[in-house]
Design a protein around this ligand. Structure first.
Ligand SMILES: Cc1ncc(COP(=O)(O)O)c(C=O)c1O
Length: 393
């Protein structure tokens, strides 16, 4: 039970909270006054609903410097990754990925490895920088023809942003396609797909894009849709006379009714995001993370996992000597109202590599665009008191 009256939400890497002003209102207004599906009815409210989704697709495209016809909506980033991996990979394909990946990449790959006898290379990373080793990456690509490189843009444990421009250039030079898992960067961090030239990108609508849960996006670079098979087939509201699934976006991936309340909320969130000074939002988030890191560095018994790892999305992961991270997170919430994540964060190979696996993973605090420096200071005071309670000095 939370005995504290405060709520300090530091789990924005899982999902962002609070949502911007206007999001809940837009969802409520849609639920109460519209409620129609998108791309189906030609009556007035159906057309209004369709227009909102069209605008939302354009907003996502603008955010990523992509074209609206390269974007499809999904239900979360995991869904996007499954659709792309399963839609693309063929028997005996070779895939290069990394030990930094989230289970939303590791598990579909593991499943597909069994079904399709894939050859998967899991690249390691440098424990002090958090970066994959560029030489190992090039050697892996040179070792055997590779169909796909799948890499997270930023790790959800370390927050370190990979030099993806270089990765994409090397991969393309070696004839491999690139899928970026941009769950931790989209919305927070500038992504210009017209320059990056990633072939595919998966992201969540509910993290840095500040929309509701149950929203995700897929980006497929124009022309690359020809390489993909549909995974979920069904009605799209288009080409209804055809027994076949459309082979272009968005119909390739948008079968059945979409999460309209979620997309209405995402539309409102992106409207808010685009009305803001985004570099200033990023600066405030970075200064909250820097403050948290520097205060934690001074606490005896606290070990930062991400000490000195730059550039970073703002995630701060750490352990407390002799204290189980899950127990610490429970106490931080119940006694101080500080809400953060503990454990492996669905990224077990990162913890194996950082040797935090044996001690049950780490604590992870992830400020968001609405986090204040006062909240960070209060969170550090809570950690200090927790350390005192465990007599850590
Ligand atoms: C790097 C990374 N990839 C994928 C995901 C899955 O995102 P979702 O919760 O939208 O399925 C997450 C979630 O935290 C993540 O951090």
């Amino acid at each position: 039970m939370n005995t504290s009256s405060q709520r300090i939400y530091l789990d924005n890497a899982a999902t962002s909270y609070p949502k911007p002003p206007g999001v809940a209102e837009a969802v409520t207004d849609y639920m109460v006054n519209n409620g129609a599906a998108f791309g189906r009815g030609s009556y007035r409210d159906g057309e209004i609903a369709s227009e909102i989704v069209t605008q939302c697709r354009q907003q996502v495209a603008r955010l990523l410097s992509a074209q609206a016809r390269e974007i499809a909506f999904t239900f979360n980033c995991t869904d996007s990754l499954n659709l792309l991996l399963r839609g693309l990979l063929q028997p005996n394909d070779r895939v290069v990925t990394s030990r930094l990946e989230h289970n939303s990449v590791l598990r579909p790959l593991n499943q597909l490895q069994q079904e399709l006898t894939l050859d998967v290379d899991y690249l390691s990373f440098d424990v002090s920088s958090g970066l994959i080793d560029p030489d190992a990456f090039r050697q892996s690509l040179a070792a055997r023809p590779t169909r796909l490189v799948v890499l997270n843009h930023a790790s959800n444990v370390t927050g370190v942003i990979q030099p993806v421009q270089e990765v994409i250039e090397h991969a393309h030079a070696a004839g491999a396609l690139v899928l970026l898992d941009a769950a931790q960067t989209t919305g927070h961090h500038e992504i210009c797909l017209s320059e990056l030239k990633a072939d595919f990108l998966a992201a969540a609508g509910h993290k840095g894009m500040l929309g509701p849960l149950g929203t995700g996006i897929v980006y497929v670079r124009s022309g690359r849709e020809e390489l993909l098979s549909p995974i979920r087939c069904g009605g799209t509201g288009t080409q209804s006379e055809s027994p076949q699934q459309p082979r272009d976006l968005p119909g390739l991936f948008e079968s059945g009714n979409m999460n309209m309340p979620g997309l209405v909320g995402l539309h409102a969130a992106l409207q808010w995001l685009q009305s803001q000074d985004r570099p200033l939002l990023a600066k405030n988030l970075a200064s909250c993370a820097a403050l948290l890191r520097s205060r934690l560095q001074d606490l005896p018994g606290v070990q930062l996992l991400t000490d000195g790892m730059q550039p970073n999305t703002g995630i701060v992961s750490f352990t407390i000597d002799g204290v189980d991270s899950r127990e610490a997170a429970t106490i931080l919430d119940s006694s101080f109202g500080v809400q953060c994540r503990a454990g492996f964060h669905c990224a077990p190979l990162v913890h194996q590599h950082l040797t935090t696996a044996e001690s049950g993973g780490s604590l992870r605090m992830s400020p968001g665009v609405f986090t204040t420096e006062d909240e960070i200071v209060a969170a550090v005071v809570a950690i200090e008191q927790l350390c005192d309670a465990f007599s850590i000095s």
